[in-house]
Design a protein around this ligand. Sequence first.
Ligand SMILES: [Mg+2]
Length: 407
Amino acid sequence: MSVFLHIDMNNFYASVECAERPSLRSLPVAVAGDPKKRHGVVLAKNQIAKKYGVKTGDTVLEAQMKAPGIVFVPPQFDKYDKISRKMFGICNKYAYRVEPFGPDECWLDCTETEKMFGGGESIADELRERVKRELGITASVGVSFTKMFAKLGSDMKKPDGTTVIFEDNFRDKVWPLPAEELCGVGRKTTAKLNKINIHTIGELAHSDERVISKLLGKPGRDLRSIARGESCHDVREAIYGRDVKSVGHGLTALRDLTTDDDVETLVYYLSELVSARLRKYGFKASGVSVSARSFLLSRQGKQAVLPYPVSSSWDIAETAINLLRSFHDGTPLRSIDVSVFALSDERAPHQLSFFDDSLKSVKSESLDKAIEKIRLKYGRSAIIRGAQANQDIFTDKDVGDFLPFKR
Ligand SMILES: [Mg+2]
């Protein structure tokens, strides 16, 4: 059973402003584009302004009429960006995979980590507490067995609440909601659904698959599956149109790499980073490529396609090392790049063969996972490969890689 969390910081921009200036907290506050001009638009409002009926998208003038005495604050996007990175950073401590969805919300796949932290609900409560303590902002968190139900859950108790949607109560909690609350159901889709008398998520769940298919195509079928609480990872592709072609890491060494050991140490290190990111995004790769720049600054590279998709650091490193050997003549190297391509969903079925290396792959993958678990708990330096222990080739640092996709 999967465990997904969705965290959503409440009234994000306005909360950041109020956290910074306590004097604002007892007043209605709106972050608005160009508050001096009357046509400036409200981008966010605090809880008090919300009670007066102020809405995102209202003009400054409208907001003033609804909430006399409202304080307008100009947006400071750099600051919001900083806070949002901090939030993703906190989330990264609880899940291998964190998927941002806008600056103030993201999903966490806690399927493999929930036991370490006492279950999805405890993670949710802990996350809320930490975000409140460390960032001064309240957040709402949904916990569920599908991503979309987790997202719906994070909308149910605002501000500052956790909502758990289980397999045995989603029909009561989710089905009465209007269909347009589902992520991916926009105005046009809503109109089409309404026309055939589908107004709630429950009605969408009970709809005839062929009718929906005819009306909305594959995206419609996916939405229907989401409404039924079925798998939604296909939908992720359909709705968010992820377009990641490759994942890679490169590094210029602190000194020239003169021996095979030097080269292998760096390749293993880079492969670990690539492997961890692959797993974080939920991908496997069927292609590995490596390139190297010599101390003369000439660059050479090569790539290979593997017989089966991989994500373990061992697979990536061994392939990269073999590729490097095939073109590297022993000239001292200054930098190496390792990347993988031909990505596929890690959950896609894959035939294991006893005659190739795929069993070794599986073992090495579980080793990677175990290592990552330890690092998640105690930090990156808690466990390192023997060869990396006393090297002077690179400085190992926590790679702040929590924004997997450009949005
Ligand atoms: Mg929000």
